[in-house]
Write a new protein. Structure first.
Length: 421
């Protein structure tokens, strides 16, 4: 009981002392004005950014394949042309004359071949006639031999006069001579027929040579009109109408660059090669190319990976193909190239929310009661204005992006709207 009374007395004395000194209870500090942002989860592209150069898909130097005078140029330099479009006309008159002469030679030699064929037919008929004469005279010879043998027997028996036998003997000799002459005539006729056949074959060979000359002349005549082999854009015109060109001259008449589609060539460090091959195996990789001053990038796809790493630079050459429908890319340009390997979901925060600390990076997290607490985080890649948070933060949590210097653990904050940029 005495202890309780003593405690009350002490408390009474303390209260009197406070009132006597005029001390008031300490007020809570004011809230710190800060700017905050939410951590968000979104798909983040895994990009490789480098500088590249634009290359025409194909460059073709147009050269004349025949010599002659250019009589007309059918385009303006720098103009877009389509495949098959007429570009130049070389004077066709000399080539038309050559075609006409070659065709006339075909007609002349065809007529000579017809004559040779007619002569061959006659020689073959002569062979048939000679063979018929031979067969006729051989039959008469056989009959004369039979008669000669019979009358020889009769003469030996003195049944007929020798004069009769001599007549049959003379007739037999004459027929033998005739048959020999017939055989020679057959051989001569066959030789003449063979010569006629050779003449016909020679005439046909001459006609084939003439027809080849006609085809060559027509081909050269066709070369007097020069057409674009592909769609593209023309460069500097190296000659005008009236100039004389030589066949296959070293200097092209004009160069056509194919720009739809078009290449962008770039090189990336070799350490990216394994990832490029891995992600390319799953599908085409997207490439963006932005020339200086362009309002938006051109979009294409990766179409070429070189088969050798450049040992002097440690890089691998790649090419992207772009439709270039809006002519955003131009051969020879330097462009900013971004190769997207894949996209991955990640939590990101504005980069200014990440604070360095003795134990590593951290962020100030705003609690529901508007007090803050430092939160250690593991950060990943830094993007343009954001940083990926690998661990330590969940999507939806609010972090301080401005005003961290005035904060301590447990500080109460007042969230201000972001400053207008």
């Amino acid at each position: 009981m005495r202890r309780a009374l003593a405690l009350l007395a002490v408390l009474a004395l303390a209260g009197c002392s406070d009132r006597a000194s005029g001390t008031q209870p300490v007020a809570a500090p004011p809230a710190v004005p800060v700017i905050a942002a939410e951590a968000v989860r979104k798909d983040i592209p895994l990009d490789v950014a480098v500088i590249g150069t634009v290359q025409a898909l194909t460059n073709v130097g147009m050269k004349a394949q025949v010599s002659g005078q250019v009589v007309k140029v059918h385009f303006n330099e720098g103009q877009d042309v389509t495949a098959g479009q007429l570009l130049f006309t070389i004077d066709p008159r000399p080539f038309e004359a050559t075609v006409a002469q070659a065709e006339a030679n075909v007609g002349r030699d065809t007529a000579q071949m017809r004559q040779a064929e007619a002569a061959l037919a006659q020689r073959r008929a002569e062979v048939q006639q000679a063979m018929a004469n031979l067969e006729r005279d051989q039959a008469q010879l056989e009959n004369a031999r039979v008669q000669e043998r019979r009358y020889k027997t009769l003469v030996e028996k003195e049944l007929v006069a020798r004069e009769q036998y001599d007549q049959f003997r003379t007739n037999l000799s004459a027929l033998e001579a005739t048959v020999s002459a017939d055989r020679a005539a057959v051989e001569n006729a066959k030789a003449a027929a063979l010569a006629g056949q050779a003449g016909v074959e020679n005439a046909r060979a001459v006609i084939r040579a003439d027809e080849a000359m006609v085809e060559t002349a027509r081909l050269n005549l066709g070369y007097t009109t020069i057409r674009a082999p592909m769609q593209g854009r023309t460069g500097n015109l190296m000659l005008q109408a009236g100039n004389v060109v030589k066949a296959n001259d070293d200097n092209p008449m004009v160069v056509i660059a194919q720009v739809h589609p078009i290449y962008v060539s770039f090189a990336v460090p070799q350490q990216h090669l394994a990832a490029i091959k891995q992600y390319q195996a799953a599908g085409a990789l997207a490439v963006r190319a932005t020339p200086t001053g362009a309002p938006k990038p051109a979009r294409g796809r990766l179409t070429f990976v070189n088969n050798t790493v450049d040992s002097t630079t440690g890089t691998i050459q790649l090419k992207g193909t772009f439709d270039n429908a809006e002519n955003t890319l131009w051969p020879g340009q330097y462009v900013e190239v971004v190769l997207t390997l894949t996209t991955e979901a990640a939590v990101v925060v504005p980069s200014q929310a990440i604070q360095p600390g003795q134990q590593g990076p951290y962020v100030f997290v705003v609690k529901p009661d508007l007090t803050v607490q430092p939160q250690p985080v593991e950060v990943g890649r830094r993007l343009a204005t954001e940083t990926i948070v690998l661990k330590g933060l969940a999507a939806g949590e609010r972090v301080i992006t401005d005003g961290q210097l005035r904060l301590v653990p447990g500080s109460r904050v007042e969230i201000k709207p972001p400053k207008a940029s």
